[in-house]
Write a protein that binds this ligand. Structure first.
Ligand SMILES: *Cc1c(COP(=O)(O)O)cnc(C)c1O
Length: 639
């Protein structure tokens, strides 16, 4: 469709610094909007994240030509996980347009890299067709038709701009398809487009870190008519209608903001990924086809793969099903659940116990049930994230006392006389450093202030005390009011629990939202935990063996000039800088030891560390070799 264009202007902006392109944009608008658009584009040029331009060119041209209006290509997004997957999808899609040599075409991006224009290739012979290969072809004079009505340049919207461009290109005579990959090494999403396919966004189309990218237009037709195609791309103004603006804009901005947060994390050495361990958790594991010594599992007593434990899980799965099918108060309680609660109470020596699906939920469940608005929580400065989250969620006033500083706790408790209920909560064994709470002191102070005492024994259960019953056994003292723990560490299964008085447990069953509103853990995990408790009770020497291993490892480290201390199964070696810690962890992995670098936000900035977690099943040979490798790695990265 053609229309009279009286009064339409193209407004183009280009910004550069020392001759390097920074940003560019163009609009087609009516005369009365020209000034406003020009100023918006100037602002955009001046606020580009790539930096301040030293040259901004704003060009305003009347459009005497007939303006073509075309419908936007339809947009489809394909989620791909790897560049290989993306590439084979692109090949499959373009095969329908008779384009077969996709691998070769993609390789041509090394030629177009850093070229601002697109490459124009013969779709079949892959010869380059542009008269000036240095410059390429620049598709320009185009806009989203809706900006004519709205008359604004809005924020930048790469997504809508890409659709406008791709639509113009696919309307050029002789063009059969386009392939576009960003030249930003961190941006792996690209697209393929053709009249037939529409605009096919492919979420992963190149390897992260690959700087090659650009646009390739594929032409099929007579050579004599290439000039006509280029003339259309470079001169004929086109307005694109029905660009999926709103959703695209929102999706674009939303995703952009995620990407920029992620990139920031990455540049600080703080980004994370999941690695896959191809074996049951234990002292060694197969990672990427190599057997590594695992010095980071919480399966302290090597019970997760214990035959008694795994067959209890298998039996329970067959007898009671894989999942429980309901929350505990509706249809999710089965005999293994009741049995485990009895086993836990007996193991800890409390009146009763309640089981949650995870330790995280046990903390959130207990704390939010016990205290709320008008109440106070005293929380150690280095408590586990699940306690921190629980405190926030509770709505109570939260007072953080200095890490393990009982005098500070005492002082802060004195300031809470006006609160209705007061709860003091602490990790028993601190998860990052393995240091321990002085439980007798904690109990004396909390009782004196008539505050509830709560201790998280996630890393104490199965580890502290001669038979692994936790801190109360270790110190030979009473239990706190609320003794929380997990089934997912030394007990080798998964789930969380609270042990305490019958009254407390009855209360939690009625007021604890994660208990009430989440499905009960499945019988296999529950039965496995009961079997693990039984195994631990019959073999307390596992706990002894773990303690010997820690002593051995500390001695081996000290012998190599690394001072570390621990009363539990966790041995921290502080490195400091985040990237240095990551490098040390990588070096250890090369040597065959899996030791994570623990970084912000898990620990405070600048106190990144290697966190060794030992198992009763490590051999002294493995520990000696690990100490040797650790000493080398730390020396290397802190030089
Ligand atoms: C692991 C851990 C939890 C959470 O237990 P999960 O069973 O893993 O959810 C809670 N508190 C501490 C101190 C922990 O280390």
């Amino acid at each position: 469709m053609q229309e009279k264009t009286t009064g339409l202007y193209s407004v183009k902006m280009r910004a550069s610094r020392e001759g390097q392109h920074i940003s560019g944009a163009e609009k087609i608008v009516p005369a009365r909007r020209v000034a406003a658009i020009a100023s918006q584009l100037a602002e955009r040029a001046l606020s580009h994240p790539k930096g301040d331009p030293d040259f901004i060119n704003i060009k305003v041209e009347a459009q005497p030509r007939q303006i073509r209006r075309v419908k936007a290509l339809s947009v489809t997004t394909h989620e791909t996980r790897t560049p290989e997957e993306g590439l084979s999808l692109a090949a499959e899609l373009l095969a329908g347009d008779g384009i077969t040599r996709i691998g070769e075409i993609m390789n041509r991006f090394s030629e177009s890299h850093s070229m601002r224009g697109a490459m124009l290739l013969d779709a079949d012979t892959l010869e380059r067709l542009e008269p000036d290969p240095e410059r390429g072809v620049r598709a320009t004079y185009m806009d989203d038709a809706s900006s004519l009505e709205k008359g604004t340049a809005r924020g930048k919207n790469h997504y809508a701009e890409a659709i406008v461009l791709a639509t113009k290109v696919q309307n050029a005579p002789g063009i059969v398809a386009e392939i576009c990959v960003s030249d930003d090494p961190d941006y792996v999403t690209g697209y393929v487009a053709s009249k037939r396919l529409g605009y096919r966004r492919i979420t992963v189309l190149k390897k992260k870190g690959d700087p090659r990218g650009g646009r390739i237009f594929l032409y099929r037709g007579q050579r004599e008519r290439v000039a006509e195609t280029i003339e259309f791309l470079e001169r004929v103004p086109v307005l694109v209608e029905d660009v999926p603006i709103l959703s695209a804009e929102r999706a674009g901005d939303r995703m952009l903001s995620l990407a920029s947060d992620l990139e920031k994390r990455e540049s600080q050495g703080l980004s994370r990924r999941c690695r896959t361990l191809c074996s049951p958790t234990g002292p060694t594991a197969v990672v990427d086809g190599r057997e590594l010594v695992v010095l980071s599992s919480n399966d302290y007593l090597d019970l997760a793969r214990d035959e008694r434990v795994t067959s209890a899980a298998a039996r329970a799965a067959r007898e009671w099903g894989a999942g429980s099918g309901g929350s505990r108060l509706t249809t999710g309680t089965q005999p293994p659940h009741a049995q485990l609660e009895r086993d836990l109470a007996e193991f800890k020596g409390t009146e009763a116990a309640i089981v949650y699906a995870t330790g995280y939920m046990a903390n959130v469940g207990a704390i939010t049930a016990l205290v709320g608005k008008g109440d106070a929580i005293l929380s150690d400065g280095l408590n586990h994230a699940s306690i921190i989250d629980a405190c926030r969620l509770s709505g109570a006033d939260v007072f953080i006392y200095r890490h393990l500083d009982m005098d500070d706790l005492d002082r802060k408790l004195s300031m809470c006389r006006e609160h209705r209920r007061v709860l003091a909560v602490s990790d028993g064994v601190f998860s990052m450093d393995g240091d321990i709470l002085d439980l007798p002191r904690f109990l004396e102070i909390t009782r004196r202030h008539d505050a509830f005492s709560m201790v998280d024994e996630a890393h104490a259960t199965g580890v502290m005390g001669r038979t692994g019953r936790g801190l109360a056994e270790h110190f030979g003292c009473d239990h706190p009011d609320i003794s929380m723990g997990t089934l997912s560490k030394a007990l080798g299964s998964e789930g969380g629990f609270v042990c305490g008085s019958r009254l407390l447990i009855d209360y939690l069953r009625n007021f604890s939202r994660p208990f009430i509103f989440s499905t009960a853990p499945g019988a296999p995990a529950v039965a496995a935990a009961s079997a693990a408790i039984k195994a631990l009770e019959s073999e307390p020497q596992r706990v002894e063996r773990l303690r010997e291993n820690v002593a051995t490892f500390l001695k081996e480290l000290a012998g190599r000039g690394i001072s570390a201390a621990s009363e539990s199964a966790i041995v921290p070696v502080v490195v400091g800088d985040e990237r240095a810690a990551v490098a040390a962890s990588a070096a250890l992995e090369k040597d065959g030891f899996l030791v994570p670098a623990i970084r912000y936000p898990t620990v405070s900035r600048g106190s990144a560390r290697l966190r060794f977690a030992l198992s009763s099943a490590h051999t002294s040979e493995q520990l000696r070799a690990a100490a040797e490798a650790a000493a080398l790695a730390v020396r290397e990265v802190t030089r």
